[in-house]
Write a protein that binds this ligand. Structure first.
Ligand code: KIV
Length: 257
């Protein structure tokens, strides 16, 4: 394992891991200093492209956005989501993970799932590819978006999967919308960090979609806290620009040649 991955793992039980998403250079360069991990999430499908599901996100889309993000990341670990249908078997996963890493210079990739992708993850890790796991709600295959861990069978499966992912060699696991006591239990039993989104404060770190955090994305989910209303600020700026243009206040001499 490389140094930056070991640094993330060593934070477990010491200090919280901060992770945010970025889909472009400008956002990445602002959040970089505050993050341990920057994730190029396939959530870009719904956030930027209005897709009804992340299933429509392609490998090329992930690569192009990640190339932009790479230009803004200096210190954080950069993780890129492998999109739907890019890791259906070990051979395909290895080919596509290598392509993502080569083209984007990211540090790691993230895959959704547990038992079903155990062998695939093992193959990637064996080939020195750093992998982040993802359990709980799995948007690439979800049929509903209800939180996980209410039913006993769900709890058993997620617990089993978290142990399997650790065995397969992932360096951390995202827990998406996992019931509080289950997230706490997983965090206790695995030696690698858990990164929660809607999975309580018991996780070793937290991740949010930056567009949600800044109020740029219209979302009304319980797990989102809006720290800023950037929509309002952009609206105000655009309105001011419009008024200045109409009144002949812009461009002034200062902005002319
Ligand atoms: O795609 C994404 O942004 C994610 C996070 C929500 C964890 O997977």
């Amino acid at each position: 394992m490389n140094k930056s991955i070991l640094k993330i793992i060593s934070k477990k039980n010491k200090s919280k891991i901060i992770c945010l998403t970025a889909y472009s250079k400008n956002i990445a360069s602002i959040i970089d200093k505050h993050c341990d991990i920057i994730l190029v999430g396939d959530s870009l499908g719904s956030v930027l492209y209005n897709f009804s599901t992340t299933k429509k996100v392609s490998l090329d889309m992930m690569i192009e956005h990640s190339k932009s993000v790479r230009m803004g990341v200096r210190k954080s670990l950069m993780v890129v989501d492998m999109p739907h249908n890019s890791y259906r078997n070990s051979k395909e996963a290895l080919k596509n993970a290598k392509k993502i890493i080569l083209r984007t210079k990211c540090d790691a990739v993230k895959l959704e799932g547990g038992k079903k992708i155990y062998q695939i993850i093992k193959t990637l890790v064996k080939n020195k590819i750093q992998v982040m796991g993802h359990l709980g709600i799995l948007p690439q295959s979800a049929t509903n978006f209800r939180f996980k861990g209410k039913k006993l069978i769900e709890r058993k499966n997620i617990l089993r999967d978290s142990k399997l992912l650790e065995q397969a060699g992932v360096f951390s696991i995202v827990l998406e919308c996992v019931e509080t006591s289950l997230a706490k239990e997983i965090t206790k039993i695995v030696a690698i960090p858990t990164i929660g989104i809607g999975a309580s404060l018991h996780c070793d770190g937290q991740v949010l979609v930056t567009d949600d955090l800044i109020g740029l994305n219209k979302i009304d989910a319980r797990f989102v806290k809006k720290y800023l209303n950037v929509t309002k600020q952009i609206n105000n700026a655009a309105l001011k620009f419009k008024q200045d243009v109409i009144k002949g206040k812009f461009p002034s001499k200062k902005h002319s040649y």
